[in-house]
Design a protein around this ligand. Structure first.
Ligand code: HPA
Length: 244
């Protein structure tokens, strides 16, 4: 079964023929909301809205451990995460989709491991390649088959939020090598790795990052929703194509 974690602008999968919803409990607390189970093109899918239904949980307060645990325990063989980003790299623009290949983590204070050392031996997982290579390839092929243009690589900077970045912070992220900036793929990606669930993401560019292009004098928050409304349809098309 494929699991999809939807981010800002994607709180449901329209073509999901829903069979049922389950409120799951985990040793780490409750996930962001009920998990929706169903089928797309006959294939089983589980969907979870990362920010809850109604978009009420900010990025730093998402219970990432419960979300990933619940999906893994309910049989997720792979997780596709959908997450809005601001773009830093100059060939990207609002509305674009990109499949990131690397992560730099600037988040802090999030519960970011199942191996917290309290009652188990210390565990280090390999995270050289934070996204599953095979799943990334399948997403790129699915996008091609669906006729959806997607970028094939990006370094994702995970910031703490919920505020957006300063212009100087974006300059620093660029110097560090980041192409896009978002607030949610960490610790999600690392937790999926700890549970050995293949994980890859579709980034949807919502805006130019702070201080760049038409965000030079500020990010117009109101414009973000309109961009996401258009672009999320294409992200959904990629997921559906992945399932055919
Ligand atoms: N910064 C961080 N996260 C984001 C942004 C941004 O500019 N846009 C959408 N998510």
């Amino acid at each position: 079964m494929l699991a999809v974690i939807g981010g800002s602008g994607l709180s449901q999968l329209e073509n999901l023929e829903t069979s049922h919803r389950e409120v799951l409990r985990t040793p780490y607390g409750e996930p962001s909301g009920a998990v929706t189970f169903g089928r797309i093109r006959g294939r089983p899918v589980a969907f979870l809205a990362r920010h809850g239904y109604g978009h009420i949980i900010p990025p730093h307060a998402v219970n990432y451990r419960a979300n990933v645990w619940a999906l893994a325990r309910r049989g997720a063989e792979a997780i596709v995460a959908i997450a809005a980003v601001g773009c830093i790299r100059r060939d990207l623009a609002p509305g674009d989709l990109v499949i990131p290949h690397q992560i730099i983590d600037y988040t802090w204070g999030r519960k970011s491991t199942y191996h917290d050392g309290l009652d188990h031996a210390v565990v280090h997982v390999d995270f050289t390649e934070p996204f599953d290579g095979g799943l990334r390839e399948r997403l790129l092929e699915a996008a091609k088959a669906a006729g959806v243009a997607v970028g094939d690589a990006a370094v994702y900077a995970a910031t703490q939020g919920p505020r957006l970045e300063t212009a100087a912070e974006i300059d620093r992220l660029e110097r560090d090598g980041a192409d896009v900036v978002g607030m949610t793929l960490m610790p999600e990606a690392a937790l999926a790795r700890e549970l050995s669930v293949p994980y890859a993401a579709i980034n949807v560019v919502a805006n130019y990052a702070a201080g760049r292009a038409d965000s030079r004098d500020g990010i117009r928050i109101a414009a973000i929703d309109a961009v996401l409304a258009g672009a999320m349809g294409r992200a959904r098309a990629v997921v559906e194509s992945l399932l055919s």
